[in-house]
Design a binder for this molecule. Sequence first.
Ligand SMILES: C[S@@+](CC[C@H](N)C(=O)[O-])C[C@H]1O[C@@H](n2cnc3c(N)ncnc32)[C@H](O)[C@@H]1O
Length: 270
Amino acid sequence: MEILIHKSQADTLLNKGFSIFGIGNKTQEVKAIDDFVIVDGQKLPLSEFKHLKDNFYYVPRENKLVRAALFSDETGLYYKLIPTIDWPTFTLSSTPMHRHTHISPKKDTFSKISALKPFKGRVLDTCCGLGYTATVSARYAKEVYTFERDKNVIELCRVNPYSSELFENSKIILKEESILDNIGKFKDNFFNIIIHDPPTFKYSPILYSEDFYAQLKRVLKKGGKMYHYAPFVDKTKGKDFPKRIARHLKNSGFKNITFDEKSSGILAMK
Ligand SMILES: C[S@@+](CC[C@H](N)C(=O)[O-])C[C@H]1O[C@@H](n2cnc3c(N)ncnc32)[C@H](O)[C@@H]1O
């Protein structure tokens, strides 16, 4: 977990000579002394805080300010934490992984969890991301299994204070592996609740396939509930994405399939 610094916090430092850096439970009061500032044990010249961009977070590393972002040659993707009015979101190249314009990532997460209430027992969170659905689930559940196949995303979680519970809450079992390699290892009827919040279809069509949905149904207890995030991305182009997902879920044996408008997701039961 690092101190995430936003342009507005840096501007306060430059204008007033003092500021509070950071977000969540990782913050620090800082003061400019002789054109330098000490932050997170490092000494940075004030010049580092000029010319920051609004849509990035910055972290102090080796007495410099660097963006909370990275490019991976292996995946060919650019990963970046994006400031919002509350919890940061992140992008895989330019695709955001939470709703964050009309609704904040925090509200987005709570809307998904609320759609599943009453919430109890053992939860499978198929796609960890920044761990928001996993950590909020852990407030209500007995235990939460969550999977993240991309180590670069885990890297962002290690930087983001709002993801720290992922590594600290003993109810959360975080597997840095693909759900696709692991779903077959779970016993039938193992989970009370499943949260399926995959990246967009183009990144992983298999996570939207009937074969995968059939596996989800197999590991869900009878009477158990699944939530599948399903945005209306292509509605303007005449493609009703949630309707297509609902059809595949039905073909895979799920019942009581409804659309929850508030969270933009599909609820289904076994
Ligand atoms: C929309 S985000 C999930 C957001 C998450 N629910 C949260 O609360 O932050 C989707 C995530 O799924 C991950 N992912 C993609 N394919 C995966 C797979 N096969 N197994 C596990 N995670 C996967 C992506 O790397 C990305 O981080």
